[in-house]
Structures are given as structure tokens and as C-alpha cells.
Design a protein around this ligand. Structure first.
Ligand code: SF4
Length: 311
């Protein structure tokens, strides 16, 4: 099955997934990969499916979704491996244009140093680049890349891509406890992201069983600090922490709204006060969530922040 969904996606609304790579062919074997260790490490781009077969499969799913009255906001290449390994990615995007739906690609960035690796991505409307580290040794530890890859070339390729790309650029940084969440390291990543100028930088944590048992999410303190450091350098930062709540919808329920907002952004104390005032509520609602262990209070640079409890 090449097309799946549509599924709700916090990043892309209702997204119809396209699995253009057989499981699990990848240039990386990330320690946190929810698909387990990479079965086939590969860096040479190759053909996996006929582009026409992909078009037919996606078209069929789109028609069925339309018949069922289900909207689709994006067609998203998010396979069981690295989508830019597919030598026909650009051609597939061109064919899918006939469906009149925006197209997204979520890539680990590993082939972006190659001109033909960037070429397919250029045709998409929305691209997310994985940026877990800008230090060679940390990158090797967390992403476990194919031995022939070099981080410096990937970072250069990402800059080149970001300058030329006309669509919307996002980045995604997965935080792993004890590996890449240190302040200095996060500052270096944030500094690089500032040069990429993404429309949005996502901070993620492992929320599904990882490839390696020792992988855990860092604590909320680390995640909040990373958020603050990113925010100083990049305009828009959001968490991807696996909570698919009623994003920002005003439910009329202050506690539910607080939890859904703080699962995306930590809220500063003054923002909470304003929010409570608008909702006609008061601080006891917040204190109840803290007492129930659903919300936590943290300090960063002399200010108080509130964040949804993750574990
Ligand atoms: S790049 Fe994605 S698919 Fe490949 S190993 Fe990492 S998390 Fe898994």
C-alpha cells in the first residue's frame, strides 16, 4: 500500500501519506527511529515504484476520501525510510500536481548535498528538514548515518536549498536525553537554523518505542530550555510531542485549553494570566492541573513558564 490516510497531522492538517520507499531503506539508522533499526542502509538513489503506480494509488485514495467527504490538505511523502532516496521523487510530485492538492516532503536531509537530492524537494510546497545536530560526533551518535555521508556537506546543501526553495520550509529537531539537549549544543543548532530561516522549527521528542531501548525523552526542563533558546534565534518554534489534542480550539474548558496550548508552546506566566482573564477564570484552575500532575511550572532566565507534563 503506497498511499495511506488521510490522517490528522499537527503540521499539515489532514494529510494523505505517501510511502514511496519500501520498509526500511534509509541513509540513517536513527537511535530513536520508530521503525526499528534500518534494514537496508543505502545512499545511492534508486527507483522503487513506478511513478504512474504511485499516482494511481494516491488518486484512488483521494477519490475515496472525497466521496466520504473527508478533506485532504496535503499529500505528504513520509515513507518507511528516506523519501529522497527515490530517484523519481521529482517526477512523482509533477504527476501528483494533477490532483490539485499541496505536496509535502519530510526528509532526513541526508542527500540534500546532492543537486539531484535537492531537485525533487524543490518541487514540493512544504519541506521539513531533519536537523538533530550540527556537530559531527553527535550526529553520528543520534542519526547513525551511512559511513559515506558527511555532516558538513549536508549542512551546506541545506543552506543552498533553503536559499532557493520557494515553498514553506520547516525543520525538525528530535531531542534525546543525554545526547543532544545540552544548552551549548542547542545553541549551535539554533544558530544554524537561524541561517536556514525556516517558517517554523519543530522540537520533537521520542513518543513511540525507539530503535534503541536506552533512548528516552529529556525532561520538561530541557525541552523548555531548548524551546527558549530556539525562540531567540528562530521566529516560530513549536513542540511536536505526540499530543494530538484539540489544538488551540477554544472549548470553553479552561483546563483543556491550557493543556492543548502548552503541549505546543510553554506559556509564560504573564501569558497565562492574560489567557485566564480572557476565559473569565483564575489561577486555581492552573494550580489544579499542577496538583494533578498534568502541568508543570518551570523557571527560565528569571521567568516562570508552564508546560504540559509529558511523562
Ligand atoms: S531518518 Fe527517519 S526513517 Fe530513517 S532511521 Fe531516521 S527516523 Fe528512521
Amino acid at each position: 500500500m503506497i498511499a495511506f490516510g488521510p490522517v490528522p497531522s499537527r503540521r499539515l492538517g489532514r494529510s494523505l501519506g505517501i510511502n514511496n520507499i519500501p520498509p526500511k531503506v534509509c541513509t540513517y539508522s536513527c537511535v530513536y527511529c520508530q521503525l526499528g533499526r534500518t534494514i537496508k542502509m543505502q545512499v545511492e538513489r534508486s527507483a522503487f515504484y513506478e511513478p504512474d503506480e504511485i499516482l494511481r494509488d494516491v488518486q484512488d485514495k483521494v477519490e475515496r476520501a472525497r466521496e466520504a467527504g473527508e478533506p485532504i490538505d496535503y499529500l505528504t511523502f513520509v515513507p518507511d525510510g528516506e523519501p529522497t532516496l527515490d530517484i523519481d521523487l521529482g517526477r512523482e510530485i509533477e504527476l501528483l500536481r494533477s490532483l490539485g492538492i499541496k505536496i509535502a516532503v519530510i526528509t532526513n536531509s541526508s542527500l540534500i548535498w546532492r543537486e539531484d537530492g535537492r531537485e525533487g524537494l524543490m518541487k514540493a510546497d512544504w519541506v521539513s528538514l531533519k536537523m538533530d545536530s550540527v556537530r559531527e560526533e553527535v550526529w553520528r551518535r543520534i542519526n547513525r548515518p551511512h559511513g559515506s555521508l558527511h555532516l558538513a556537506s549536508i549542512l551546506d546543501g541545506a543552506l543552498e536549498f533553503a536559499q532557493a526553495f520557494k515553498g514553506e520550509l520547516a525543520t525538525e529537531t528530535m531531542l534525546v536525553e543525554g545526547v543532544n539537549g545540552g544548552d551549548d549544543h542547542i545553541r549551535e543548532v539554533a544558530g544554524f537554523l537561524a541561517r536556514l530561516r525556516p517558517a517554523i522549527a519543530y522540537l520533537a521528542i521520542p513518543t513511540r518505542p525507539p530503535a534503541e531501548e536506552w533512548v528516552h525523552s529529556p525532561g520538561e526542563e530541557v525541552i523548555n530550555r531548548a524551546y527558549q533558546i530556539f525562540s531567540e534565534k528562530v521566529g516560530c518554534v513549536e513542540y511536536l510531542i505526540g499530543y494530538e489534542g484539540n489544538d488551540f480550539a477554544f472549548t470553553g474548558n479552561v483546563e483543556e485549553d491550557m493543556l492543548s496550548i502548552t503541549s505546543v508552546h510553554p506559556m509564560r506566566e504573564d501569558a497565562v494570566s492574560e489567557f485566564l482573564a480572557r476565559a473569565g477564570a483564575d489561577w486555581p484552575a492552573v494550580h489544579r492541573l499542577i496538583a494533578q500532575g498534568q502541568l508543570i511550572e518551570m523557571a527560565y532566565e528569571g521567568r516562570k513558564f508552564y508546560m504540559r507534563k509529558l511523562q
